[in-house]
Design a protein around this ligand. Structure first.
Ligand code: AMP
Ligand code: ZN
Length: 131
């Protein structure tokens, strides 16, 4: 059983921020910024691609409400809501989860930067992406 399933089954303790029949939200054990929260479905799916649409929708809906609540209550000035999918994207726990990371200023502990990369032929990229 994966570590988040163990948390959902109360086999491992966690700091519960929100819970309903389908979704659990807990404080991330390593708080990248103060208030860093994880929203996950109670049913196990490896990631956003593997999960069914209804499950993703329920998680996103909770993430939206919690993002609002957390920003309000922490006094953050912004928030990143993101999900990592796959090792190359930085996923370390293979149970779908959305990070809610309140932001306080540009120099806090998280850096999300789009580096300059080589120019792409958008027509060719579009063909590839649309399949
Ligand atoms: P990711 O790298 O996107 O898969 O995120 C996994 C997150 O789970 C990391 O930010 C970890 O700090 C967090 N995490 C791992 N174990 C626990 C735990 N027992 N309780 C709370 N958060 C955890
Ligand atoms: Zn799981």
């Amino acid at each position: 059983m994966c570590i988040f399933c163990k948390i959902i089954n109360h086999e491992i303790p966690s700091s519960v921020v929100y819970e309903d029949d389908d979704v659990l939200a807990i404080l991330d054990i390593s708080q990248v910024t103060r208030g860093h929260t994880l929203v996950m479905p109670k049913k196990h799916f490896a990631n956003i691609i593997e999960a069914d649409e209804e499950t993703v929708q329920k998680c996103v809906s909770v993430a939206k409400k919690l993002a609002e609540q957390i920003v309000r209550n922490t006094g953050a000035s912004g928030v990143n809501v993101l999900t990592n999918c796959g090792e190359s994207a930085g996923q370390s726990v293979d149970h779908l989860h959305f990070h809610i990371i309140p932001r306080y200023d540009e120099n806090d502990a998280i850096v999300i930067k789009f580096r300059e990369s080589e120019q792409q032929d958008l027509g060719e990229v579009l063909k590839t992406v649309k399949g």
